[in-house]
Design a protein around this ligand. Structure first.
Ligand code: ADP
Length: 425
């Protein structure tokens, strides 16, 4: 455009100079009519020279402008796609309304949360079915500042959220509404509170017993002290052992959750075989048959943590199997190392099968305590396996037995050459 103006200016200057020169020459040497004719002629010639150039210049400027507009449009569309992608990707519900509360835009999270396919051009209050949101909306408009409030929607299940509303300062008819779903956070808070309550409860029971036993001994006259002493002291020791077992398991669990355990390439079959060796005497003593079949399974993991997994599963199988067999199988297929621990023990009721992985959950509290259980063993197993990007599931029939299946991804390149056959341990 600047080129066009300068060429127009240049042409007008030359036109002016030429006209002035002709008028000057004619005024002195020619009659007035000739002067007018000549001036007109000069102007026509100048116009004929200038107009085509002007048009060609205009055409090229127009072409350049169109190209710019097209590239700006393209960039705008790309930016809009990015912003929409971002808005649809985040798990916060975003709604943009006008001042009357009519929705102009809603991201995917908003559509999912309020279960509306097309909220645009509908009233915010109709979509959210909440008078509280309306109140927050009005307050934000009247105060011209961001207003935040905790709102629980019934959709139809209760969803606790934090709603924020604020008007756009650059465009008064644009109001932003965000809804943060707090269900997960609240659930985590509840889990944490339950956990602290459970830990306190678990610790209090043995501590109370220890205190009561020690007090009785302290109050007893010497002959009674001698009589009770041995029994009471051994009970105190066993309660202290329980406390130690709980704190050890809590530390193991915290370590499993912290994701700091170093990893190495290892043959899982070897880890399982080592743990099995330690269990052989106990199984024999209980009259249980313990079998192991394995094939090499190279995985990337933390040796101590994986040892703990096998240990906990075998410990449970041993604890909850009064007679019969415990079969341990390790195979590799579909890119996973698959460990199965199957027993012919007491089994687990269907309703309890998913809950046994929760911290401190036991099917039979008394039985678990008697056998020295803390209720944390399976929780540790699941945490460690999930840290190794694996899964752990249970399958059980009450009175017939239980099978735990663990799957861990195999290491990227499998180049193990170790051969294992079917062995009875
Ligand atoms: P615990 O220390 O009590 O064994 P776990 O977390 O290891 O705690 O197990 C939780 C509960 O799951 C146990 O109390 C028990 O009721 C049940 N359980 C676990 N393994 C078995 C099994 N192999 N057979 C029967 N019940 C089992």
């Amino acid at each position: 455009m600047r080129d066009l103006t300068s060429s127009l200016r240049l042409t007008l200057i030359w036109l002016g100079i030429g006209t002035f020169a002709i008028i000057y020459w004619v005024a002195f040497f020619q009659p007035p009519l000739v002067a007018i004719y000549l001036s007109l002629l000069f102007m026509i010639v100048a116009a004929l020279w200038f107009i085509p150039r002007l048009f060609s210049q205009l055409r090229s400027e127009h072409g350049a402008l169109l190209k710019r507009v097209a590239s700006l449009e393209k960039k705008l569309r790309a930016d809009r796609r990015i912003i929409r992608g971002l808005a649809d990707g985040i798990d916060v519900a975003i709604l943009i309304c006008n001042q009357r509360g009519i929705v102009q835009y809603a991201n995917r999270a908003a559509k999912d949360l309020f279960q509306v396919k097309d909220p645009v051009r509908r009233a915010l209050s109709a979509i959210t079915v909440s008078t509280e949101v309306n109140t927050v909306f009005k307050e934000a408009l009247s105060s011209q500042r961001r207003v935040e409030s905790e709102v629980t929607f019934k959709l139809p299940d209760e969803v606790p959220t934090v709603v924020q509303v604020w008007a756009d300062r650059s465009e008064p008819d644009r109001v932003f509404v965000t809804v943060h779903d707090m269900s997960r956070l609240r659930h985590l808070e509840r889990v944490r509170q339950d956990f602290v309550a459970n830990v306190s409860h678990e610790l209090r029971t043995p501590l109370t017993t220890i205190r009561a036993l020690a007090e009785t001994l302290d109050d007893s006259p010497p002959p009674e002290f001698i009589e009770l002493g041995h029994d009471y002291l051994s009970r105190i020791i066993s309660e202290v052992d329980r406390l130690t077992a709980i704190t050890t398991d809590l530390l193991t669990l915290a370590h499993a959750e912290s994701r700091t355990a170093p990893r190495e390439r290892l043959d899982f079959a070897q880890t399982v075989s080592e743990v099995l060796g330690d269990f052989e005497p106990a199984a024999k003593q209980k009259g249980l048959e313990l079998t192991y079949t394995a094939e090499p399974c190279e995985i990337v993991g933390n040796r101590d943590q994986l040892t703990q997994v096998v240990l906990n599963l075998l410990d449970n199988a041993l604890k909850y199997t009064p007679r019969g067999t415990i079969q341990v199988q390790l195979s590799s297929s579909g890119g996973y190392a698959k460990l199965t621990v199957r027993d012919t023990g007491i089994g687990i009721p269907v309703d309890d099968q998913q809950r046994i992985f929760e911290r401190f959950y036991r099917v039979d509290k008394g039985r678990s305590r008697e056998s020295g259980g803390t209720g944390l063993g399976l929780s540790i197993v699941r945490h460690i396996i999930e840290q190794h990007e694996g899964t752990c599931v249970v399958d059980s029939i009450l009175g017939l037995g239980t099978t735990f299946r663990v799957e861990i991804p195999l290491a990227a390149e499998e180049n193990s050459r170790i051969e294992y056959g079917s062995v009875g341990v």
